[in-house]
Design a protein around this ligand. Structure first.
Ligand SMILES: [Mn+2]
Length: 324
């Protein structure tokens, strides 16, 4: 993040009449929080209405965020409209905008603001810092650099980015700077209790029951060092589960003292199994790469183009190779 980049971004926003901000598919707290933080700042300090767009399903749990109701489905954007400026936030690669890519690329100018190591810099202007815990914290630095007032609403959006991307201040990306930023945001009026409840204590009852069922049927291997849970489409329909119902299960499995590697395998469609892996000490990248996946050292995933029972056996065999 250098000063000339930040100046260039400011010039681009000042020049543009129409602005669109992209979040990644299957949006999380960081991509949504940073999108809205930027939208609010552009409104307040540049007096422009930016279109915040999402792709796929918008998770309702983030409906507490200011301006959440203004999110536009990419399908409702006129595909022939040429925006002056398109900005992607937390979008590691262009394909994570799915059907939005053509709108992004047809814009007169493009910006890419991200913190993923694997981001190749697909924008005309790229502001990428993989040392930052979340995109929200990159935006905070930008707004500070521009000397702009940060309202409580903007602070709440950024706090949501920070809270969710650090897993509640506990993942490896949690640094002294994380807490310094959190302190700044709390001083701006953010309530940590309220934000935590909104992000983590709003599960529907059927989600608790679904998760309990999946956890109960988890199988442990190698003296409990490996935990594998299976989710079939019939499990999903039995509990009327939406995609977000599986969130947090694999982290629950990792809380077992002996577990070194935990996995959930989810049957997405006939012959497709989506896998999420978590580890305490083993690097997961070599495992998921064997199945065409990616991610971080201790949190990674892949999709195996096999029926769930076969995917289960193949993955288990591969994971067992890593465990003594
Ligand atoms: Mn992120």
């Amino acid at each position: 993040m250098n000063a000339s980049n930040l100046k260039e971004l400011k010039n681009k926003i000042e020049k543009a009449t129409s602005i669109i901000i992209f979040s990644h598919v299957n949006p999380d707290g960081d991509t949504l929080g940073s999108n809205l933080a930027l939208k609010l700042m552009i409104k307040k300090h540049f007096n422009k209405d930016a279109d915040s767009v999402f792709v796929g399903r918008l998770p309702n749990i983030y409906s507490f965020l200011p301006e959440f109701g203004k999110f536009i489905n990419i399908n409702d954007i006129d595909k022939n409209k040429k925006y002056d400026l398109a900005i992607a936030v937390d979008v590691a690669s262009k394909d994570r905008m799915v059907t939005g890519v053509s709108v992004y690329e047809s814009a007169k100018d493009t910006v890419n603001i991200d913190h993923h190591k694997t981001n190749i810099g697909y924008g005309k202007l790229n502001i990428i810092d993989s040392n930052e815990a979340c995109v929200g914290s990159i935006l905070y630095k930008i707004f500070k650099e521009w000397n702009l007032e940060i309202t409580k609403d903007v602070a709440r959006c950024i706090y949501t980015s920070l809270l969710t991307d650090t897993g509640g201040f506990k993942y490896e990306n949690t640094t002294p700077e994380t807490f310094m930023l959190a302190a700044d945001l709390v001083r701006l009026g953010v309530s940590p209790t309220y934000e935590f409840r909104a992000c983590y204590e709003t599960k529907p009852q059927s989600m608790i029951q679904f998760q309990a069922y999946i956890v109960t049927n988890t199988v442990f291997y190698n003296d409990g060092k490996i935990a594998f849970a299976k989710i079939t489409r019939s499990d999903m329909s039995k509990y009327n589960a939406t995609d977000d119902f599986t969130e947090g299960i694999v982290e629950t499995l990792r809380t077992s003292k002996n577990v070194e590697i935990a996995a959930i395998l989810k049957e997405t469609k006939e012959g497709y199994t989506k896998v999420s892996l978590r580890s305490k000490t083993k690097n997961l990248i070599p495992i998921v790469i064997d199945f065409g996946g990616g991610g971080h050292d201790f949190a990674a995933g892949c999709t195996i183009k096999k029926p769930i029972a076969i995917a289960f056996d193949k993955l288990l065999k591969r994971v067992q190779e890593e465990i003594d």
